[in-house]
Design a protein around this ligand. Sequence first.
Ligand SMILES: [Zn+2]
Length: 465
Amino acid sequence: MLIRNATVVTAGDVVPADVLVRDGTVAEIGRALPSEGRQVIDGTGKLLMPGGIDVHTHLDMPLGDTASTDDFETGHIAAACGGTTTHIDFATQEKGRTLAQALENWHLRAQGKACIDYGFHIAVTDWNDAVAASLPELIQEGVTSLKLYMAYKGRLMVDDAAILRALQIAAKVGLLVMIHAENGDIIDLLTAQLLAAGHTAPRYHAQSRPAIAEAEATYRAIALAEIAGAPLYIVHLTSAQALDAVRRARHRGLPVYAETCPQYLAFTADDLARPGFEGAKFVCSPPLRTAADQKALWRGLALGDLQVVATDHCPWNFHGHKDRGKSDFSHILNGLPGIEERMKIVYTYGVETGRLDLQQFVALTATTPAKLFGLYPRKGSIAPGSDADLVLWDPEARGEISVRTHHSRVDHTPYEGIRYQGRPDRVWVRGRLVVEGGEWVGTKGQGKFLKRDAFHHVDWQGVKL
Ligand SMILES: [Zn+2]
């Protein structure tokens, strides 16, 4: 297959070129490549970019008696239609179970359903010596990152000693530790006090998790990583104060990385106060912040202080999930969809406004995630030998995001009515067409599990983040 006359965009370059795809990989990039005997795709007026990589998702995530609404089929179709061809999901350890059991469990969830390529992080929720001893085994399984929570006490949270020990082991074996940085004790106490005072509406969710509780935990995580001599990745960073902690660490030369998510770029805490119970659609943790925080995040993305935009895609229905918290905001299931909207939102609010250039767009949504999580150069770029995960992006396409047209299974979208400019026209996964005209045309079950390289295989000095 030959894609002709597109503008090829990578994290490094924006150049008019032809791209030849053979056996699922990029074979050649050049000018006026011969077309005889080849299927020719006309890319005139379009951008050809590496498929998006979303390194923070929760598909089919169990929670009590229910699970997040997208499974590995609907979530993957939604992802592909949004221009994302690879994601990394969190396999979460159950209390009393091993990490291997968590992994096995998540492999089963994806089996027969996967439509795009995927990997797993491990979320460690029950820390003990046996779990510590099993961390090096993850590398053989191609799972090279693990997540620890500093919040959700009694359910997911681990203490500082566990985090420090995990960081020490991670530094030795090449795992990247990801941290949910919020102070769980502060949140639990403030939540109880707000509820006791009769403050039960969705907007109090933000007050129960103040930005300083995120900044404090972010700095604490950085301190623990520095002691351990370990790299660190902060998930879903939302506030100017937390960003300051990351920036200062990076300026001191520490290998500290951070992601933010589209919801923090598109919405503020004001959305939690929408009339009726609408605000519940915007309940996620950490919570939505102020316009000033949003501005700081955009600056952070533009200046390289933030390296990744991932989604924390965790869709809950408005009816049946979100409305469990009608009389108590702490019972609103936390999480927003975004796997389908990420590329459009960052393009519309980032590239179209001039906040980001095209190379930065690709770096934030594909290339840097691939580098940090052991998928580069197989994924995250358009280069000879890389997987032909490609998005032919129509920069002129305009439309409106709506639950009526999205591909996720969730019964609403917080992005309802938002106008976008730019969307994927065609998408290929390893050279196979999966999206045409913005609609899914692929085959269920074609997605592959990706064994990822250990973190120390990446020369982070060379990554130049
Ligand atoms: Zn998450």
